[in-house]
Design a protein around this ligand. Structure first.
Ligand SMILES: [Zn+2]
Ligand SMILES: [Zn+2]
Length: 356
């Protein structure tokens, strides 16, 4: 029995092209008690591989977090399979706004300690005491209330290309880093303000809202289904869209356009641009924003050093990758001294007016 992906991305892309089928990009998550994540993982892999499902899925004792693509003709069989698992029955599936048959090129189901790296010790607070879930219509009303503080629970490279009007977008590289920063910045407003939070698909807010309630915030709300579900609801019910720009997503598409605003800049020349790329030098692989003309000029590299590296014979490049050679000294996503035009995140200070 095959339990792991064996095809390369190129081989898979060819298969998808040859099959000529539409694929649906979907995400969902569920907190649930899973006794043996390893067995559950193998069960998912065997069944989903048979249905041609591709994607990145995390399984842990605390639940499942899945981002995947399903061949459209197999969607009903996929849904029936989910419904056969008690804690996934009738689960809400977030369907991508912009479809792309090549959003995922491998099926990777991984067992992790947690489905989101939140750094929290769940035993120290009640994770089920969550914030109030609100849909798009109520969310729009709430964020217009002057007693509301709106916080983006995502990382700097995500909010850089899109966010809700008036949101605080913390300058963080990881979710776990954001929790104490937000608590500290907002400590004077624990009782007086509504704390409204959102993320990509809702999963990060599930635990963050419980954490902030535990820390003494009285009025905590979270956007149900995140930006993905918000975008669907405003379309379906013809509601005003308060989201500017693109929703960053963690697949080959990198982002879904929600409004026509381009709020970011090419990190190399500063023209309006919100397209993320990874540096073509595999040993660097920096995620950054690059316009078409810089992409051509720089051969999709983040720096001249990286551009030199990719001219080397492939064997030499491979040898570099094995070492720790890292020409632009990049250790974090989207951050490098060579990139001159990165947008500053919107902090509490820069948005002072929304607080009083
Ligand atoms: Zn440029
Ligand atoms: Zn680079």
């Amino acid at each position: 029995m095959q339990l792991y992906n064996k095809l390369s991305a190129e081989e898979r892309a060819k298969l998808i092209r040859d099959a000529g089928e539409e694929r649906l990009t979907i995400s969902f998550y569920q907190y649930a008690h899973i006794g043996n994540p390893e067995i559950f993982r193998n069960y998912l892999f065997v069944n989903w591989d048979a249905l041609g499902v591709l994607g990145r899925i995390y399984v842990a004792n605390e639940g499942i977090n899945a981002q995947l693509s399903v061949p459209a003709p197999n969607f009903n069989a996929f849904k029936e399979f989910l419904d056969s698992i008690p804690f996934l029955q009738n689960i809400r599936l977030n369907i991508a706004v912009e479809q792309d048959n090549f959003s995922f090129l491998k099926l990777k189901v991984k067992v992790r300690i947690k489905i989101v790296a939140d750094g929290l010790n769940d035993a120290t607070f009640d994770v089920t005491n969550k914030g109030v879930h609100v849909g798009a219509a109520d969310f729009n009303k709430l964020i217009e209330d002057e007693n509301t503080i709106l916080v983006d629970m995502r990382n700097h490279y995500e909010s850089e290309i899109g966010y809700f009007e008036g949101a605080i977008t913390p300058d963080v590289d990881t979710f776990r880093e954001s929790l104490p920063i937000i608590e500290n910045d907002l400590q004077d407003y624990k009782e007086s303000k509504n704390l409204v939070m959102y993320c990509t698909g809702g999963i990060r807010c599930e635990k963050a809202s419980a954490y902030f309630k535990h820390k003494g915030f009285k009025n905590v709300y979270q956007l149900e289904g995140g930006i993905i579900e918000y975008a669907r609801q405003i379309k379906e019910h013809n509601l005003p869209n308060k989201f500017l720009g693109k929703n960053f997503v963690f697949d080959e598409r990198r982002g879904e356009r929600i409004s026509e605003h381009v709020i970011a800049k090419c990190h190399q020349c500063g023209v309006p641009c919100d397209v993320h790329v990874n540096c073509a030098n595999e040993s660097c692989h920096l995620l950054f924003i690059q316009c078409d003309s810089c992409k051509e000029k720089m051969q999709q590299c983040c720096s001249n050093e990286c551009k030199e590296v990719i001219q080397l014979p492939i064997e030499e490049q491979r040898a570099m990758r094995k070492g720790v050679y890292n020409p632009s000294k990049v250790f974090k996503k989207g951050r490098s001294e060579v990139l001159k035009y990165k947008n500053e995140p919107l902090s509490l200070n820069s948005k002072g007016s929304i607080i009083e």
